[in-house]
Design a protein. Structure first.
Length: 232
């Protein structure tokens, strides 16, 4: 019976993650996990290479009547000075985002929680803001040019003023929203890490107080005992 129970009983050994999946803050040498974060700018730049707007709906992007058609987002970004400046700033922010990731892969001191956050979080926040703002500015410029061209050439077929953004393709919305969701995930991860660190610190402080409390309690008990049973 004991033998059968031993065979069917589940393994009670505690699960321990493999060392190469753990975050080796105290280990020198190359660590590849942080480099996965470089996928974010890669996805953004690749998405910009595909058609940004629905070419089934004719949209005029300048006074010359040039249509958005199958133009990719790179073409649209360089169509005006403002969008060009925003795109350059986004590139700088994404490069700055990669710097702490590379440093954390090769130097253990950059894997420290506070040091890594000080470099990574601001770059991620700026990237998320610019990645969201750039398509909005580009679509607004297309809307302005399109409405002006239709009015100048008496084109009766119009596009609703609030629908231009929704004519964007998935290749525009992915780089527009992905950095924001990564920032949201990173913020939640930081809040959880902070909460756990705070609880751990409180547990340490509580453990440090216990011996002192024990000494104080023993002193009180001795005092009370002496008062109840005074020596003759």
């Amino acid at each position: 019976m004991d033998k059968e129970e031993k065979q069917i009983s589940p393994n009670k050994e505690e699960f321990v993650d493999k060392p190469y999946n753990q975050f080796p803050q105290d280990i020198e040498g190359f660590y590849w996990i942080p480099l996965l974060g470089i996928l974010l700018p890669i996805i953004v730049f690749l998405s910009y290479a595909f058609p940004a707007m629905d070419h089934g709906q004719p949209l005029y992007m300048n006074a010359a009547g040039e249509q958005v058609g199958k133009k990719n987002f790179y073409d649209l970004c360089f169509a005006s000075t403002l969008s060009t400046v925003l795109f350059v700033l986004l590139c700088v922010a994404l490069v700055a985002l990669c710097v702490p990731l590379v440093l954390a892969s090769f130097k253990k001191k950059f894997r420290e929680y506070k040091r890594f956050n000080a470099l990574f979080t601001p770059a991620l926040a700026v990237s998320a803001i610019l990645a969201f703002l750039l398509p909005v500015i580009v679509v607004y410029q297309i809307q302005t040019a399109d409405i002006a061209y239709r009015a100048a050439h008496e084109i009766t077929v119009s596009v609703g003023a609030t629908t231009y953004l929704f004519l964007g393709t998935l290749y525009m919305f992915i780089p527009m929203l992905l950095p924001f969701f990564v920032l949201l995930w990173w913020s939640m991860a930081n809040l959880i890490a902070y909460s756990r660190a705070k609880k751990a610190q409180e547990a340490v402080e509580e453990n440090e107080k216990e011996p002192q409390n024990d000494i104080e309690n023993e002193g009180k008990e001795e005092k009370e005992d002496a008062e109840e049973h005074p020596l003759p």
